[in-house]
Design a protein around this ligand. Structure first.
Ligand code: GLA
Length: 456
């Protein structure tokens, strides 16, 4: 029986933080909040850019989260203020359909995505008005999923304010879908772990149907997150959606080559299921069928026997309409290879051989190389940071999240954590004044945190 998000005592929230949020609330709205919604960010240990292809991923929630204080109002509006004054206040009508303008994304649009998801799920024409104070300690634009945590918080808060009830699984699915209103065609990992996480355990997240299984990480090593200090905002660039589209086209090309009816097929995992093949077979199939040179639109249309208009409307997203070339071989090869590494990682954690830390580290290193070389979702600073982490004592290190900036996650033997952090600080952060200024919130040990909850 799928469970609902827990309702906990607000007293367990860090008291200083709760105080600041409460004070901001009183100052702004002249009363106390009725309840709080809280949702964590995440770090993905392995399984990058494969959730939207239908494959399982292996993240854990981090201790940093988004906390929102809420009370209902009678003004038929959603009022939002952020404790970080760099984010401007917003008031949005909620007496009709919530509108989200993709062309001009603002911080609170992520909140509106969560609201809209609940509105649509229950078909609520007039949502309860909400006065909210948002407080986040997940570093933004760093690949730790601060935006999805905000979407999840908003979904949870809207459910509660409108006296509805949903399971964690349903909430995760609704929030994954509704975050796409900002224009990024994300896969669902971030929202799923934000709701389904449990303290002390990483999770294997499987899709269709969505479920999360505990993964017990080996004793004797910890995960250290380090930010390369290059900001990455998925919604503001088309990198992410180009990869989603390349995988979609690769799906069609592989299905076509194997004589499958490709109509309903949009994900690389579906081709594997249809062919009843192993992941290793799929890697060989990619080598056999797809050429490494980039594909032009003309070539793809010719092979698939579709018009250029069909290509644009059925395969491309709004922000990839002008893309001319598509690297199908490299992207599909990464996806099938990475999907296999996730299963191996889980297998090593489950069977716990003596050398498991080294085996897991190797898999993380292979994952980074594949993200860098085949998927091209790294950047020079992240590659440099990963190198430094390995030289500083990590057994494995890789980019985490969407990439093109943001964080690396490293697996470090517990007895080396201090010397590791010292060495990374000296080699990566201190030589650069910008990085040095950001170091305090950029290099930290992370333990698996709990999932989203309501606090009363
Ligand atoms: C972002 C998306 C996820 C996932 C990762 C890459 O975080 O929101 O769905 O695709 O990138 O693994």
């Amino acid at each position: 029986m799928p469970s609902n998000p827990p309702k906990l005592q607000a007293a367990v929230i860090n008291s200083k933080r709760l105080q600041i949020v409460k004070e901001t609330f009183e100052l702004k709205y002249g009363g106390l909040p009725l309840f709080y919604a809280c949702a964590p960010g995440r770090v993905n240990l392995i399984g990058e850019h494969i959730d939207y292809c239908g494959y399982s991923v292996l993240p854990m929630a981090i201790e940093q989260n988004i906390l929102v204080a809420i009370s209902m109002n009678k003004s038929e509006t959603i009022q939002l203020t952020n404790t970080n004054t760099a984010y401007e206040d917003a008031t949005v009508s909620c007496s009709g359909d919530i509108a989200i303008d993709r062309a001009n994304p603002k911080w609170f649009y992520y909140f509106l995505c969560g609201v809209k998801g609940i509105q649509e799920k229950f078909g609520i024409p007039h949502l309860a008005g909400m006065s909210c104070v948002v407080d986040g300690n997940v570093p933004p634009s760093s690949g730790l999923s601060s935006s999805s945590a905000l979407v999840c918080c908003a979904g949870l808060a809207t459910m509660e304010a409108n006296k509805k009830s949903l399971s964690k699984v349903a909430l995760a699915e609704i929030c994954a879908k509704s975050e796409r209103y900002v224009g990024t065609e994300g896969g669902g990992m971030d929202q799923s772990i934000s709701f389904l996480a449990e303290k002390g355990s990483a999770k294997l997240i499987e899709f269709e149907p969505l479920r999360a299984t505990d993964v017990q990480l080996p004793d004797g090593a910890v995960f250290v997150i380090s930010n390369c200090c290059v900001q990455m905002n998925k919604a503001a660039s088309s990198h992410y959606n180009i990869r989603v589209v390349e995988c979609r086209i690769a799906t069609k090309m592989l299905a076509h080559a194997r004589g499958l009816r490709s109509n309903g097929l949009l994900k690389l995992a579906q081709v594997q299921t249809e062919l009843r093949a192993s992941l290793e077979d799929m890697v060989s199939l990619v080598d056999e069928v797809l050429h490494p040179e980039p594909y032009s639109r003309e070539e793809i249309c010719k092979v698939l026997a579709i018009t250029s208009e069909q290509f644009s409307s059925e395969l491309l997203s709004a922000n990839t309409q002008d893309v001319k070339h598509f690297k199908l071989h490299q992207r599909a090869k990464h996806v099938y290879g990475e999907a296999a590494r996730v299963l191996r990682f889980k297998g090593v954690c489950d069977s716990g051989p003596a050398e498991s830390i080294q085996l897991l580290g190797d898999l993380m290193n292979q994952s980074h190389a594949s993200c860098r070389d085949l998927y091209e979702c790294s950047c020079p600073e992240l590659d440099q940071l990963v190198e430094i982490c390995l030289k500083s004592g990590a057994v494995g290190s890789r980019l985490t999240g969407a990439g093109w900036g943001g964080c690396a996650v490293s697996m470090v033997p517990s007895d080396k954590v201090q010397s590791f952090q010292r060495a990374v600080r000296e080699a990566y952060y201190l030589p650069d004044s910008c990085r040095a200024a950001m170091e305090k919130h950029s290099l930290f040990v992370s333990k698996p945190g709990g999932g989203a909850a309501i606090y009363l």
